[in-house]
Design a protein around this ligand. Structure first.
Ligand SMILES: Cc1cc2nc3c(=O)[nH]c(=O)nc-3n(C[C@H](O)[C@H](O)[C@H](O)COP(=O)(O)O)c2cc1C
Length: 226
């Protein structure tokens, strides 16, 4: 699979077979992650890989719980019945054999106070690049991933910090399950979200339109001038 195929073939996967992921494949996706660019090559990342079944189950349950309570209920304000339907997508998630956490670890503090905010922004986009590299590499190796970030709405994922012994100076930014899946990953189902009234914030039609699928290039690319 070439790079473009892997990029196009990456889709969020929520249902995994319990088969463990080979350590060499885990190494390979981590190597892809750290191949990402970062400002001044500061490499502001640290990864936590969880494969112990007792821990993966705990992590999975936590992520699903946060999804329901923080993301669907509090952030999106979805109606209860609809949440119940969406939660079906996460059934079986606790069989996920591996999780990778992408964390922000600043290794050298050299920014002047007035540059701190920019440096943090650069660090975060570098982590995004690392995460995307990881997910695309996983796709190329036949593994499924899905970006999780909802835990940030739950006291920055403090429960995860405790579960995984992550020190306070390290910030958890993103997580993904990693594993084999039976169904070929497919684009997110076209949901009738657009028709669901009851979004508590903003323009529900605009949100619904986004949820239907990816925006076309001509909607987001401006040629010559905006
Ligand atoms: C920053 C970020 C945070 C996300 N957080 C979550 C999350 O908490 N739970 C979840 O199920 N999906 C999460 N996603 C996955 C998106 O919902 C998903 O990428 C999007 O719907 C597009 O689908 P695709 O990944 O299959 O292309 C997140 C994605 C990003 C980039």
């Amino acid at each position: 699979m070439d790079a473009l195929e892997a990029i196009a073939g990456r889709h969020g996967v929520l249902r995994f077979r319990p088969d463990p992921v080979e350590p060499a494949k885990i190494e390979a996706v981590l190597a892809a992650a750290v191949a990402a660019p970062s400002p001044v090559n500061l490499q502001p990342w640290a990864f936590v890989v969880v494969t112990d079944p007792a821990l993966t189950r705990q992590v999975a349950r936590y992520l699903v719980e946060v999804q329901e309570r923080r993301v669907f209920t509090e952030l999106l304000g979805l109606p209860e019945g609809y949440i119940a339907r969406l939660m079906g997508l996460y059934a079986g998630f606790d069989l996920t054999p591996c999780f990778v956490f992408v964390c922000l670890e600043t290794k050298v503090a050299f920014a002047r106070p007035e540059h701190e905010a920019v440096l943090r922004q650069w660090h975060l986009v570098s982590l995004g690049a690392a995460m995307q590299n990881l997910m695309v590499a996983a796709t190329a190796l036949g593994l499924g991933t899905r970006w999780f970030g909802g835990f940030a709405l739950d006291e920055g994922g403090g429960a995860l910090r405790e579960m995984l012994g992550i020190p306070q100076r390290v910030e958890i930014i993103a997580a993904t399950p990693l594993g084999y899946h039976d169904e070929p990953p497919k684009p997110r189902p076209t949901q009738e979200m657009a028709d669901v009234t009851g979004f508590s914030r903003g323009d529900s039609r605009a949100l619904g339109r986004l949820l239907r699928g990816k925006l076309a290039l001509e909607e987001v690319v401006h040629r010559e001038r905006w």
